[in-house]
Design a protein around this ligand. Structure first.
Ligand code: HEM
Ligand code: HEM
Length: 278
């Protein structure tokens, strides 16, 4: 599975150094917030609103830059894993840093929308982490050493053998076998993200068995359809798991860009018109 080198062990990379750093950052800001009476009021106002806001924006820009960094292949897979590890933990730190920055006020305005977008983006990121932790090993186990193409080839071989039996089967049996072979479709479509389609080879085998055929050709056709159903199951699971591994990014990336746009609008408003005006 091509996802393995980057996505295996990124959460614990460098003994979770980035998790500890992100936690330290959140704890330091929370401590400053808790003991703010001990600091000069003007420094607190500026520090939490503009200082922490700017830090949150810099973190956002850096997180978004990951898309570019991911594609610069020349810079080594090891360092990319460090980037991904830091990406996940710094991304999570925003969940706590932003409320500390905004004085725990989340209203239905551009500031609140920016925070909700941060939360939704982080939420989709958690799906990514869960999928990368769960699926790559399962994809490998499901394939049992076969490649995707080898599975398709096995289906084509079974279809050829089934077609070869056509002259020895009754008309009813032939119709079932032919219709199944013509249906062709194994997976595909957005629906497979949620549920696997009906395995038509298995359904055809059941229909064939209901005809009570007692011939060598009939038994062979049923056995072939059983083998085909097993390969189709495997292919459908493969397509489903690999689609899920990609699909969450189709939410994560546009959401991260929408978040960035909302944050920039909020920050520009605050910088131009001052506190509380946008
Ligand atoms: C991830 C980035 C950011 C998010 C999600 C965010 C969100 C918020 C939220 C939810 C509030 C509370 C609004 C309210 O009181 O109704 C707020 C306040 C504020 N934000 Fe941001 N913000 C971000 C970055 C920035 C940046 C880059 C700046 C400016 C450089 C900034 C400046 C301010 C100011 C001045 C306030 C008012 C603080 C106060 O009333 O004490 N923010 N922000
Ligand atoms: C608001 C904060 C975040 C922003 C703006 C953001 C943005 C991005 C961007 C632009 C990418 C590059 C995707 C690509 O081009 O292929 C990415 C990848 C990724 N993000 Fe985030 N992200 C954020 C938070 C998070 C969080 C909190 C997590 C995990 C809990 C996370 C998990 C991931 C993962 C696992 C990838 C790697 C995808 C891959 O290698 O295929 N992100 N993110």
């Amino acid at each position: 599975m091509s996802a393995a080198p980057l996505h295996s062990g990124f959460l614990t990379h460098k003994r979770m150094m980035f998790a500890w750093l992100a936690l330290l950052l959140v704890l330091a800001v929370a401590a400053a917030w808790y003991w703010q009476e001990m600091l000069p009021p003007s420094a607190v106002d500026l520090g939490f609103s503009y200082g922490l806001g700017t830090l949150a924006l810099v973190i956002m820009l850096w997180l978004t830059w990951f898309g570019v960094r991911k594609r610069s292949y020349a810079k080594g897979a090891g360092r990319l894993k460090a980037w991904l590890s830091a990406h996940v933990y710094l991304g999570l730190s925003l969940v706590f840093l932003v409320p500390l920055h905004g004085g725990f006020t989340i209203a239905p305005d551009i500031h609140g929308i920016a925070y909700v977008l941060v939360l939704v983006t982080v939420f989709t990121g958690l799906f990514g982490v869960a999928f990368y932790g769960f699926y790559p090993r399962r994809v490998t186990a499901n394939r049992e050493g076969l490649t995707f193409d080898a599975m398709l080839k096995r289906i084509a071989e079974i279809d050829i053998e089934l077609r070869g039996l056509s002259t020895q089967l009754s008309e009813a049996a032939n119709n079932i076998v032919r219709r199944e072979a013509e249906s062709g479709r194994i997976g595909g479509g957005v629906g497979i993200l949620f549920a696997r389609p009906i395995n038509k080879a298995r359904r055809a085998r059941q229909a064939l068995l209901r005809l009570n055929l007692d011939s060598d050709a009939g038994n062979r056709a049923a056995a072939l359809l059983e083998s085909k159903a097993a390969v189709v199951d495997r292919l459908q699971r493969d397509i489903q798991m690999r689609s899920r591994l990609r699909a969450w990014l189709l939410l994560h990336v546009p959401l991260s860009l929408a978040t960035l746009a909302a944050v920039i609008a909020h920050a520009a408003g605050m910088l131009m018109f001052g506190l509380g005006s946008v």
